[in-house]
Design a protein around this ligand. Structure first.
Ligand SMILES: *Cc1c(COP(=O)(O)O)cnc(C)c1O
Length: 408
């Protein structure tokens, strides 16, 4: 084990949790980072080890308002006291208001609420198939991208462009094909009259923050227009201001037929959304889709508070500004250390290419310095901090990264 893991294990409470987790939890997460988070405040979390950590992971792009945001906490507490759950058999004013707000601020006309990103994408896949079924000309084929990530259900893991997520769970649902990301010719060749949807992340997150080129996105729009297929954009990670625009599709000057949200939407509570323009929304008729928990009063109250905070505090512009500052500082760190190959992404969704496949070691050195960052594969450090991150805090991260890079 790394030295850092030994240091952390001096914390008795953490040690007990690690032992119990190893015994009782399904082995889905392997050995986790040795931190037991007890509370959070702003961009910091505090562990049972008594230490404070700068949270540059943000719950994997979830905690857009950071931790302990007063308005979010109050909205959840007030809604919990009023009513937590009532089922979709009845109307729910918070759900309706949230759907209204999301359609006002996006290209979508209608919304459906799910409980996670995978579930939102699963809904979008069903919507696309349902759309052509209702036209009386069924189409099954979904074209998605290699190295993409769309979730862990059977259909979304199959749409995901990395075999390891689906191969152990065969047989897989049919109809999914993958093309090389940013390969215009491959996309044009694959999208045809049997295609019901092109499913795409505009910045691939799980594969290390890899933006789509404008030419590729334009080709996807054109291929969908040519064949009638729906363009479905997975904004589960990129949405809610993450990239410095409310939705990443705004960077490309496009309006998808369908897009999905989850991670940042509830600021930490589990909520996902399928958002569709009126034509694509025809894919669902009454009874076609549903969810017991989806769009419940509690999570909708939370998401409304998140939207209020993002708007009133100008957090989308802040993410763009602090992200640009971070990128510039990181260029200096790259120049001074020679240990950074590449800096990808925009806003507060950045992938830092680490030379010599040392990303995991860098992540661990950052952890030892009180900074949470995520490593993707062996050569990328990914950061997805809360949108409230200040320039000074971004600077602290760069200083810690510079030190960590010189240590490995
Ligand atoms: C995280 C993620 C998902 C899956 O979301 P879950 O809430 O974990 O199901 C889907 N698509 C993208 C782009 C993601 O980043």
């Amino acid at each position: 084990m790394e030295g850092i893991f030994k240091e952390a294990a001096a914390d008795a409470k953490l040690e007990a949790v690690i032992a119990s987790d190893a015994k009782h939890y399904l082995k889905t997460f392997g050995t986790r980072i040795p931190l037991c988070v007890e509370r959070g405040e702003g961009v910091y979390v505090f562990g049972t080890d008594g230490r404070r950590y700068l949270d540059m992971v943000g719950g994997i792009a979830v905690n857009v308002l950071g931790h302990g945001n007063a308005r979010l906490v109050a909205a959840i507490a007030e809604q919990a006291a009023r009513v937590i759950h009532c089922s979709n058999l009845y109307y729910n004013p918070g759900q309706t208001r949230l759907a209204e707000r999301l359609t006002e601020m996006s290209c979508a006309d209608r919304v459906f609420f799910a409980n996670s990103g995978a579930e939102a994408n699963e809904g979008a896949i069903k919507l696309a198939r349902g759309y052509f079924h209702k036209l009386g000309a069924p189409r099954a084929k979904i074209v998605s991208m290699k190295h993409s990530f769309h979730g862990r259900t059977l259909a979304t893991a199959t749409a995901t462009g990395t075999e390891k997520y689906s191969a152990p769970f065969r047989p897989l649902p049919p109809g999914f094909v993958h093309v090389e990301f940013n390969d215009v010719a491959a996309l044009e060749a694959e999208v045809d009259g049997d295609t019901c949807a092109v499913l795409l992340e505009l910045v691939q997150g799980e594969s290390g923050v890899r933006p789509a080129t404008q030419a590729f996105v334009d080709a996807a729009v054109a291929a969908c227009r040519r064949t009638g297929a729906l363009l479905v954009v997975d904004e589960v990670q990129t949405g809610m201001g993450r990239t410095g625009r409310m939705f990443a599709y705004e960077h490309y000057g496009i309006e998808p037929d369908v897009f999905t949200l989850a991670k940042g939407l509830g600021g930490g509570v589990p909520i996902g959304a399928v958002l569709a323009r009126e034509e694509a929304a025809k894919g669902f008729a009454p009874g076609d889709h549903g969810s017991t928990f989806g769009g419940g009063p509690l999570v909708c109250a939370a998401a409304l508070a998140v939207l209020d905070e993002i708007e009133e505090r100008g957090l989308v512009a802040q993410a763009a500004f602090v992200g640009a500052f971070l990128k510039e500082r990181l260029e200096h760190v790259a120049a001074s250390t020679g240990a950074i190959d590449e800096i990808r992404g925009t806003g507060l969704m950045l992938g830092i290419g680490i030379a010599g496949e040392k990303a995991v070691a860098v992540r661990d050195r950052l952890f030892a310095r009180g900074v949470l960052a995520n490593s993707v594969g062996t050569s990328t450090i990914r950061i997805l901090p809360p949108l409230i991150l200040s320039e000074a805090q971004a600077g602290d991260f760069c200083d810690a990264l510079e030190a960590a890079l010189t240590e490995v």
